[in-house]
Every structure is written in structure tokens, then in C-alpha cells.
Design a protein around this ligand. Structure first.
Ligand code: HEM
Length: 408
């Protein structure tokens, strides 16, 4: 193992190159050895994949399993007080993001109809309405306000609740618990308690849907007799979690990034037809869902290295999306760039099921926010914004903003 290229104690989390760039150590490592050995904090050796081509190839190769019950998942972060795992995590019924074919195929197929481009297009007008209503409410407040609380979190939460048929009044349960669940070094018992509370809530909900189905995605699923209550609960958990945390962080961190690039922000305000490309570029540039795991089911050649059977492989989408071999000046935000081809929604069979929905939410969100708040600015110095380096989904904990005028 080359000493130069290995990171000795897990992954660095500190954003020492700025809030939007990969940690310096990750960039150096990618440039030296895009598929490189990694020593986990528990002492085990595995692999870290950071180069664009290698990440894309890996995600397309189903010999790299997504299952967490095949072997112990070694976590690349120091987690004080948490003993290293000694057994593989059991498979959670319905959680198809952590399954391989044929189980993954069977479950994902039941949902593809609900998330087609056509279906999402039909929802677009309604999503714009939800966004504008939320902006009306924010405009009534006296600034400064926290953009996360008043806008970035409510919009995707309202949308996913409505799609799934989860009462929005119950958001406390999933917003608070999913946030606890996503903290990297949350004590294990608290993590499990948060997970348990969400699963209990969702199990009761899907049981009600099975007894009395309504007009929503969970009810449609509950009509399938071949899905158990446990599977329905796992699917609901996955959709609810994936459906609000990721987009919320893109809206908040994306707004922070635009406020820090005032010329591009002015251009976007002047020409809103640039928004779809700007959304793709923000997705690439920010890569809020960064770290994913795979497990090698056989010896596999990747980027000139041999990944041994049984290895845990850690993938950094952020590093791949900032690879200069694929994107020129990757650490520069450029809304004119054609950033499609970024890996922020993953690639291969697990590629994000909700990506069209997320795109519509982000386009409506940025469009509405920039139009309605033409003088939006940070209410605190940029270096005081609290970054989510402690969370599995990157973003900001809060984004205090202010304004002097609003428009309709
Ligand atoms: C999968 C990112 C929004 C549902 C994924 C994956 C990524 C991702 C990287 C691949 C995981 C893997 O390969 O292991 C994002 C980002 C989003 C977003 C950055 C927002 C900007 C959404 C939304 C939904 C959603 C709104 C709503 C339903 C899912 C599901 C999967 C998934 C169900 C698992 C797919 C499978 O395993 O076949 N997402 N996502 N995501 N996403 Fe998203």
C-alpha cells in the first residue's frame, strides 16, 4: 500500500478549502490516486474512490453490492464512544437502496410509474403553487429569518408529504428524527431511538393506508398484496427521508452559494431561463449527498487497482464531481457550464428515483426566491454560517437572511 496516497484515519470532514470545495486532503488524494486504499478508524483496510471515471464505472457495476448485510460496513469517520461494528447490519425490509437485484428490481419497479418524467411534469404547476405559498408566508415575516426553517425545509417536506399521503402536521416526527438519524457521530442509542420512532409512526400510517387506501403513492403501494407491512414501512422511510433532506439542503446551500457569487446571481435574476442549467451546476458543485458505500462481492479491477473480494468501498461523489479530468475548473461555480453528466444523483441501477421531482422543486424554488426577494442577502458574515460537516447530507444548519423589499 502506498503510504503517500492512503488516508490513515478515515475521511477528513473539515471544509478547509472553503464551504463549497472538497477537503484539501481529498483533492490531493484524487489527483494522486483516484482509487486508493483507505484505513478505517476501526483499523480495517478498504478503498476510497474519488476519480470521476472510476466512480462512474463502480456505480454501474453490480458486482459492487449495496447490501449492508453481506459484511461489516466500516465507517470512515471517527465516532467517539461508538464501538466498532462487529456484525453486519441486518437488511431492512423495503429499503431497496441497500439491496441488489433481484430484490432491488422487484421493489423499485413498483414505484417507477409514480416518478416518471411525465408524471412529474403534471405535478409541476402544483409544486410551483406550494413554493409560492411558502414564499408568501416568508414575505410576511420581519427579516432577518432563517431560510432553512422558513423556506428550504418546508417546501420539499410539503411536497413529499402530499405525494406520499403523510399528514404535514406530523412533520415534527420525521424532521426531528431524520435529522438525528443523519448526524454522523450521534450516540448509537439515540440514533436507534430516532429510527425506531420514525419506523413506528410509518408502520401505523401504512397499516391505515392498507385498511383505507386514499389517493397517494403509499396507498397505491399498500394496494399491492405482495408487499408486507414491513416492506411498505421501509419504502415509506426511504422515500420520506430521501425526499426532503436532500432537496432542502440543496435549496439552502444553493442559495448561500449564489449569494457568495453575486455576478452569477444577478445574471440568473435577469435571465431566469438560465435556471435549469444553474440547477445542474449547483448539483454538481455542491454534491450535498457525497459519501456512499459499496461492498465488493469478488475481486474487481478498478482504475488500475484490484479491489479484493469482501472490501468495503467508499465513494465520494463530491470528489468525482470536482475532478478536473472531467470538468474544467471544477472548483469554480459557472452557471453557463453544461454540468449534466454530474454524478450527484448517482449512476447505474440505484440512480436517484426522485431526480425529476428534485429538479422541479429546485427550479421552482430558486426561481421564486430570486424573483420575490430581489434584495436577498446574508444577515451574518459568510464565515459564521454553520455548515453541516457533521451530517451525512451536507448543507447549512441555518441560513440567516434579510431583505429590504419583496415583489409578487
Ligand atoms: C437514490 C441523491 C432527491 C428518492 C439516490 C442516490 C443519490 C441521490 C446520490 C443514489 C444512492 C446510491 O447509489 O446508493 C439525491 C439528491 C437529491 C435527491 C442530491 C436532491 C437534490 C430525491 C427525492 C426523492 C429521492 C426528492 C423522492 C422520492 C431516492 C430513492 C433512491 C435515491 C428512493 C434509491 C434508488 C434506488 O436504490 O434504486 N438519491 N436524491 N431522492 N433517491 Fe435521491
Amino acid at each position: 500500500m502506498s503510504e503517500m496516497a492512503a488516508i490513515p484515519h478515515g475521511l477528513p470532514m473539515e471544509r478547509d478549502a472553503g464551504p463549497f470545495d472538497p477537503p484539501r486532503q481529498i483533492t490531493r488524494l484524487r489527483d494522486a490516486r483516484p482509487v486508493s486504499p483507505l484505513v478505517f478508524p476501526d483499523g480495517h483496510e478498504g478503498w476510497l474512490v474519488t476519480g470521476y471515471d472510476a466512480v462512474r464505472q463502480l456505480l454501474a457495476d453490480t458486482r459492487f453490492s449495496s447490501r449492508q448485510d453481506l459484511g461489516i460496513v466500516h465507517v470512515p469517520y471517527e465516532t467517539p464512544g461508538i464501538p466498532a461494528a462487529t456484525e453486519p447490519s441486518p437488511q431492512v425490509p423495503g429499503l431497496f437502496v441497500a439491496m441488489d437485484p433481484p430484490d432491488h428490481t422487484r421493489l423499485r419497479r413498483k414505484l417507477t410509474g409514480a416518478f416518471t418524467v411525465r408524471r412529474m411534469k403534471q405535478l409541476e404547476e402544483h409544486i410551483v403553487e406550494i413554493t409560492e405559498r411558502q414564499l408568501d408566508e416568508m414575505a410576511r415575516l420581519a427579516p432577518p429569518v432563517d431560510l432553512v426553517k422558513e423556506f428550504a425545509l418546508p417546501v420539499p417536506s410539503l411536497v413529499i408529504c402530499e405525494l406520499l399521503g403523510v399528514p404535514y402536521e406530523d412533520r415534527e416526527n420525521f424532521q426531528v428524527n431524520s435529522a438525528k438519524f443523519l448526524v454522523k457521530d450521534q450516540p448509537l442509542d439515540e440514533k436507534m431511538a430516532a429510527y425506531g420512532a420514525m419506523m413506528t409512526y410509518l408502520a401505523e400510517l401504512v397499516m391505515r393506508k392498507r385498511a383505507e387506501p386514499g389517493e397517494d403513492i403509499l396507498s397505491d403501494l399498500a394496494r399491492h398484496d405482495d408487499l408486507t407491512i414491513e416492506e411498505l414501512t421501509g419504502i415509506a422511510f426511504l422515500l420520506l427521508l430521501a425526499g426532503h433532506e436532500t432537496t432542502a439542503n440543496m435549496l439552502a446551500l444553493g442559495t448561500f452559494a449564489l449569494l457568495e457569487h453575486p455576478e452569477q446571481l444577478a445574471e440568473l435574476r435577469a435571465a431566469p431561463d438560465l435556471i435549469p442549467d444553474a440547477v445542474e451546476e449547483l448539483m454538481r458543485y455542491l454534491s450535498v449527498a457525497d459519501i456512499f458505500y459499496r461492498y465488493a462481492t469478488e475481486d474487481i479491477e478498478l482504475g488500475g487497482e484490484t479491489i479484493g473480494k469482501g472490501s468495503t468501498v467508499v465513494v465520494s461523489l463530491l470528489a468525482a464531481n470536482h475532478d478536473p479530468q472531467r470538468f474544467d475548473h471544477p472548483d469554480t461555480l459557472d452557471i453557463h457550464r453544461k454540468a449534466r453528466g454530474h454524478l450527484s444523483f448517482g449512476h447505474g441501477i440505484h440512480q436517484c428515483l426522485g431526480q425529476q421531482l428534485a429538479r422541479i422543486e429546485m427550479r421552482a424554488g430558486f426561481d421564486g426566491l430570486l424573483r420575490r426577494f430581489p434584495t436577498l442577502q446574508l444577515a451574518i458574515p459568510a464565515d459564521e454560517v454553520k455548515l453541516r460537516t457533521d451530517m451525512n447530507i451536507y448543507g447549512v444548519h441555518e441560513l440567516p437572511v434579510t431583505w429590504t423589499e419583496t415583489t409578487r
